[in-house]
Every structure is written in structure tokens, then in C-alpha cells.
Design a protein. Structure first.
Length: 235
């Protein structure tokens, strides 16, 4: 297996990044922690190839796994990492891709980035590009207009099989008309983008799960302490 992270941000991109400096560091830490979590699972390590990308504490898991159980396990391991707000699991249930296929994906990513840089209507440093098996995933804090422009650019790049948007819109209230696509576009792209309010709600929903796990662990520890005390009294 190979687990790949996208850690690393250039000085130029930091200047234009809509994330705070603290969040950029958090994203790098999340990716490294996710890498370690997946590496410690021998089945995941031996039977899958997973790329980990964190942007504004939203994690994209892409790549391939041998079965649905491994795919779901990857999500559960990453969801419990502190500060993770949402997990997009785009892992395909197929055999791990070859080195040649990954090389082709890297080539497509390079072409996509070059095409975005050439457009003066958007800031390419605000868009994260991930490619798997010709499928291009777009992440970033963008406006609906920036999302539409970048998607139109990417779908015209040679080798791109499909475009999936995983943007987080900076507006708190995004009207459907702002991001509405034609029927022909819908066959090419998949939009899983969210507004900032959506991710805040997701974070609150995940919090009770984490709290319940912590409470359960505390109860188990207390039970062990009480049991030991009872044994000591008996002796």
C-alpha cells in the first residue's frame, strides 16, 4: 500500500490563501496524523492505495481499496482525528492503481494547474487539485463564481475524465441559481461542495460522537478502578 499526503504550501500560496495561518498548519498536521492512523492498520496498508488531502480541516480520501470494509475503516480512522470537520471518502473499490496510472494522474494535475494559472479571473493558489484515475477533485475556499470558472477550465483539459467539486463556499448563504449547471454539465461534473454553515453544522454533529467515546472510555477506567478496590477489600 501507499498512503500519500499533500502537505506543503508555498509562500506565494500562503499570501493569497483564504485559510488562516493556523488552519494551514492544522491541515498539514491532520494529513500527517491521518497517514499514521492508516499506516498502523495492516490490512489498509497492504490492500489499498490512499491519498489524503486536508483543506480547511475538510479531508478528502481518494485512491483505491480492495473492499468496502477497508474503505469505511479509512473514514472512521480519519473522522476521529482532532479538528477534522468533514470527510469526503472518494476511495474506489478496485485494485490499487499502478505506478503508470499514478504518473498519468500527476501529469493531468500539472496540466490542470497550468490551465488555472493562465486564467486571470481566478486565483489558482486558492484551489487544491487532486487527480485519481483521470478524475479531478477540486477543493478550496471559493465563491460560486470562482467555482464555475475553474470547473469550466478543468473540464476542457485533455485526459480529464470527470470533475468533482468539493469546494467550501465563502458565502454563508449560497443560492442554488448561483451554482446551477446545465443538464450536459451534470453528466460530466459532480458537485459535493458545501457552504461554511454546512461544515459548521457537520462539526457539531461529529462532536457528540467524540464526546460519547471519551465518556465511554472514562466509564471503563472507573469500572476497572472500582473492581480493583473491591478485590483489595476482599483480601
Amino acid at each position: 500500500m501507499s498512503v500519500v499526503t499533500s502537505a506543503g504550501t508555498t509562500g506565494a500560496s500562503i499570501i493569497h490563501d483564504r485559510r488562516t495561518a493556523g488552519t494551514i498548519i492544522d491541515d498539514q498536521i491532520i494529513e500527517l496524523k491521518a497517514f499514521n492512523e492508516l499506516r498502523m492498520d495492516s490490512d489498509l496498508w497492504n490492500q489499498s492505495h490512499i491519498d489524503i488531502t486536508s483543506f480547511n480541516n475538510i479531508v478528502l480520501l481518494s485512491g483505491e481499496a480492495q473492499n468496502d470494509s477497508l474503505r469505511n475503516r479509512a473514514t472512521e480512522l480519519v473522522k476521529r482525528i482532532p479538528k477534522v470537520r468533514m470527510v469526503h471518502n472518494e476511495i474506489a473499490i478496485v485494485a490499487p492503481s499502478s505506478a503508470l496510472s499514478r504518473s498519468g494522474d500527476a501529469w493531468i494535475t500539472g496540466k490542470v494547474k497550468t490551465s488555472l494559472i493562465a486564467n486571470k479571473d481566478i486565483d489558482p493558489t486558492r484551489i487544491k487539485v487532486v487527480t485519481e484515475r483521470g478524475i479531478v477533485y477540486l477543493m478550496g475556499l471559493v465563491t460560486p463564481g470562482e467555482a464555475k470558472i475553474s470547473t469550466d477550465i478543468v473540464r476542457r483539459v485533455g485526459g480529464v475524465q470527470r470533475v468533482i467539486k468539493l469546494f467550501e463556499y465563502v458565502q454563508s448563504d449560497v443560492e442554488k441559481s448561483d451554482i446551477k449547471e446545465s443538464e450536459s454539465d451534470a453528466n460530466v461534473d459532480e458537485d459535493k461542495s458545501v457552504s461554511s454553515i454546512d461544515t459548521e453544522r457537520e462539526m457539531k454533529e461529529m462532536a457528540p460522537d467524540r464526546n460519547s467515546r471519551e465518556e465511554e472510555q472514562a466509564e471503563k477506567k472507573q469500572t476497572m478502578v472500582d473492581t480493583n478496590k473491591d478485590r483489595e477489600r476482599g483480601e
